[in-house]
Structure formats: C-alpha cells, structure tokens
Write a protein that binds this ligand. Sequence first.
Ligand SMILES: Cc1cc2nc3c(=O)[nH]c(=O)nc-3n(C[C@H](O)[C@H](O)[C@H](O)COP(=O)(O)OP(=O)(O)OC[C@H]3O[C@@H](n4cnc5c(N)ncnc54)[C@H](O)[C@@H]3O)c2cc1C
Length: 427
Amino acid sequence: MLQQRIFWHDTVSMPSDKDLTPLPDRVAVAVIGSGFTGLAAARALAQNGSSVAILEAETIGWGASSRNGGMALTGLKLPMQTVLKRYGREQARRLFQCSLDSVNTVEQIVREENIDCGFARTGHLLAANKPKHFDALKDEVEFMAREFDHNVHLVPPSDLQSEIGSRIYHGALVDEASAGLNPAQFVAGLAQAAENAGASLHARARVTRLERRGTRFVVETGRGKLEAESVFVATAGYTGSATKSLQKKVIPIGSFIIATEQLPDELARELSPKNRMIFDYKHYLNYFRLWDNRMIFGGRAAFFPENENTIARSAEILRREMISVYPQLRDVKVEYVWGGTLDFAFDMMTHVGEEHGVFYSLGYAGHGVAMGAYLGQTVAEAMLKGNIREHPFAQFNFPGAPLGLYDGRPWFLPVAGMWHKILDWVE
Ligand SMILES: Cc1cc2nc3c(=O)[nH]c(=O)nc-3n(C[C@H](O)[C@H](O)[C@H](O)COP(=O)(O)OP(=O)(O)OC[C@H]3O[C@@H](n4cnc5c(N)ncnc54)[C@H](O)[C@@H]3O)c2cc1C
C-alpha cells in the first residue's frame, strides 16, 4: 500500500524527541538546524573544545538531510563550464576541488565514526535525454580533463545497457568519484558523532529570535533562551524569519521521491547493473538509484515545498516518469512517497560567510549531501581560525532577489516551474 512516509526513516532509528535535553545557559556556538551542515559543524567545533548547542525546530535530522536521494556527488549544481566563465579558472578549480573533498569528507566521517550507512563509491551516471545532450557530454569529458584534470568517461548509446536498463537515453557520462549512501542512517550517525564529541542536541527548540547584546547573542527558542558568542545558521530550505536577511536570499523549492517495493535481484540488476547514482540532463530533472533492491525515484514533480497535496500529486507524476524510463516497472508497487525542501540562492551557488557575527552555509541547490557535511566542517574550522573570508565559497556575493522582489515567500515558483518545462520542451 502507498504511504506518505519517508522510506529512509524505516531503515534506522532516528533521534526522537522523547527526552528533551534542557538548554544550557551559555555556549560558545549556537548552531541552528540539525542536518548534515549543522551536525558536521557541531562535531568539528566540539572536537576542538568549543561548547556547542544544536537547536532544531523539529526532531534531530528532520529536514532535507533525512529525506534526500543519498547521492554524494562531485561538482556543483551549476555546470563547471558556467562556473569557470563566471568566476575564472583559478576560482573554478578551487570550487571543484572542494566538491571532490566533500565526497572524501563524507567517506572520512563515515569511517572515523563507524557510521553504518552503506557509503559506496558506485559513481554517478548523467544520462542524455536527447542526441544533442550527448554531444554536450562529449565536450564535458574533454573540458573536465583539460581544466580540472578530472577524468569522467562517456557511455555511447550502444553500450548503455551495461549501465542502465532503459532504452530512452542517448548515451551518458560516468563519474566514478561520486558515491551513494542512506541519508537517514548518515544523519543519525552524524548526530551521534556530534553528541559523542561533546555537542548538546536540542530537538523542538525552534529559534524565534536572535538579538545581539554587546559581543554576545541572546538566542530565543520555543523552549527558552540561551546566550552564545557566535551563531551558525544551517537551516537550508527551511530558513525562516528568525534570520530574515538570510531568508530573503534563499528560495525554498520542493523535491519529491517515491520508493517501490523490493524488486527481484535479477530485475534490480537489469535496471542499474553498477548501482550508479543516476540523473538526467533535463531542467526538470529526474534522479534515481537503487537501495536494497527498491527503486528510489525522485524529481521536481511539484515546485512548491512538501505538503499532503504536493506529495500526493507527486506520487502520480513520479510513477509515470519512472515507467517512462523503466517500462519494466509498470506492475511494480510504489510503497512510499515523500517530499522535502531544497534551498536555492538566486545565483544557483552555495554561499558561506558571516553577517554581524552570524555564520551561515546555505544554497545547496540539491547538492548538499556531500557539500553539507563538508561546508559544515570547513566553516566551523574557519570560525575557529577567524578566517571565514578566505573560504572558497565566501569569495562571491550572496545576492538577494532582483529589485528586492522577495520577502521569503516564493510567489514566483509556478512561473519558474513552467519556465523549466518550456526550456526542456524548446531544447
Ligand atoms: C527530496 C530531496 C532529494 C535530495 N537529493 C539529494 C541528493 O541525492 N544529493 C544531494 O547532494 N542533495 C540532495 N538533496 C539536497 C540535500 O538533502 C540538502 O542540500 C542537505 O540535506 C541540506 O542539509 P542542511 O543540513 O543544510 O539542511 P537540512 O537537512 O534541511 O536541515 C535544516 C534544519 O533546520 C531546521 N530549522 C529551520 N529553521 C529553524 C529554526 N528557526 N530553529 C531551529 N531549527 C530550524 C529544520 O527543521 C531542518 O531540520 C535533496 C533534497 C531533497 C529535499
């Protein structure tokens, strides 16, 4: 039976809110948000001897970090060709290196903390929806080798069956450096690691107000106040009015996933013989992978963030999309559907920095599995060293909406959604 429920949550015991730890009076750092970013930051800060409280509005790991596709990918949301044009060769190289380091960071944390989350370097497969996409992928292979000394390889249409049991694509590109994991198991393990390092975790402690008093902050939450020397905002697509100036720079966009029943071994092997993290070339893209012989199939089925209606509609849309890729799944049961919220900046880049003592790492644009952990950790390190301005992701302006036409409520999403569909159609 189809249930509106996050499949990953049935694979691990997520931290609960049964025993709410009382808030401390004072800490060195208050981290707002308990996903990959906040938890990796808290772990790094606590390991360095700082007192840290993680304040989470819902339950620990509740946000996108326990709902995503579990694809720890190289690269950024923007194609590296665009990044190079926009920021120049040297900066693009630093940013791309960060993306490689991000997957390594996840691997290292998993190893050091012994987190059982199925981390595996199975690589990603970018599938061409049209012949001209495959031409672009040919350029990409050459470009990545020349500019970034990074080897990715092409899969011509005639070899596609060795990579994917679908006949709708026109070739693909493989990057072996990407990895897959179970995101809920990873975020639950990261929470345990942050706690073991000495951070205190506080569920149901929504931050409602931040007030600067001299060199300290008074942080008001739904469960009382605390004082902090610094604050780290790690609230991604759920960024709210307590940090209004950041909320105005982050567009929350829904993304949705279905999970099928368990498939026979032979069928699972046929669909994805190498267990790749797969996504296509469209603006309105689909992403999918196997986990435990279930097909986990996601996409931007509705642009608005998750609610009962957008999730129900997404189940239908995603099932149709999945069958168009894999007609062999026509009679397979879809058992789970769920949604989560992504955080996009207006320039589609991830941004880290500091505004009046408030540090942030935001704008992952659907690329935060590896980047969240990496930027959480490296921004924490920069906070300790006092050199956040030198961070590669702090080298460009974090823009607000053109003409300031945005107050945190994304009125333009239906238009943007339609625009992406039109682009796919025109192209
Ligand atoms: C359906 C889906 C699929 C995705 N697939 C992938 C993928 O395969 N690969 C990939 O790289 N990325 C993917 N992403 C993106 C990735 O999940 C996110 O970029 C990443 O999890 C962001 O982590 P985070 O810690 O910054 O934020 P989150 O995990 O979203 O955590 C933010 C937390 O902040 C809390 N919060 C908000 N406001 C407050 C407040 N005022 N007080 C206290 N707490 C607050 C929220 O409750 C939330 O728990 C996907 C996202 C979704 C939704």
